[in-house]
Design a protein around this ligand. Sequence first.
Ligand code: SAM
Length: 250
Amino acid sequence: MFTDFVKAWKPRTNVDLYEIENGAIDHEVTLWRALRTAAPWEGKDLLDPGCGTAYWLPRYAKSTRTLYGVEPDTTLLEAAASRMADATVLHGSAECIPLNDSSVDVIHARFAYFFPSPSNDCTAGLRETLQVLRPGGSLIVIDNDQQDGDFAELLRAGNTSEHQGPGDFILRWWQDRGATTKKIMSSWTFNSPEDLAKVVAMEFPNNTADTWLDAHAQERTLVRLPRTHHQQSGPKPKTLPHSKCPVTDG
Ligand SMILES: C[S@@+](CC[C@H](N)C(=O)[O-])C[C@H]1O[C@@H](n2cnc3c(N)ncnc32)[C@H](O)[C@@H]1O
């Protein structure tokens, strides 16, 4: 069992809706442009830890040299493997990545694992991801801005931002580790207001989004600002003590 693995209820129990959510992300392509500028993957070896059902892997597959997805949840892992024949999808977690040290150039972790808070220490996963990065490689973690835009407002209404760390906890956490954080102007754009409402209700359960949804009943677009935390891997000593975790059922 991976010690740091928490089953993600959204892609697990709402597979179709989670696909709709992913399909709504970043039609402006500002996030993709920012990723490509910060850590390009053309001809490189890329890892997506916590890849879920591998929704985003096809975008990378067009130009990477080697593409890896790592996922601890066996249900999602199966879905990922059947979506992505041309990627290597592995059972593992951010803490336990079944790859050799210094074996990838770029790691993009999308809304997965890295939600540091006073009660959620992500140090082990950060250490492991940096370990599999080649010297000079880039780790980019994508999460949600907690200050601006509709999504941040919803996080506050649902008290969810507190679980992500009070105030600027996450920003300081990354800053203390030498990462650079950027806020990206982007949004979710759905085919219909009904789809938007269903996804928001899934993201913010227990009716915590009702007030926001009532005020935005006809809208298909929601302002959501993803953030990127970018850390570069420094030079590594030739031999590092590094015990890989056993891979068992997640
Ligand atoms: C919100 S989903 C995001 C999935 C995917 N990255 C995407 O953007 O569609 C969070 C993912 O993180 C995975 N996860 C949970 N604990 C993890 C861990 N310790 N290490 C890596 N991934 C983890 C979940 O199983 C799930 O696939």
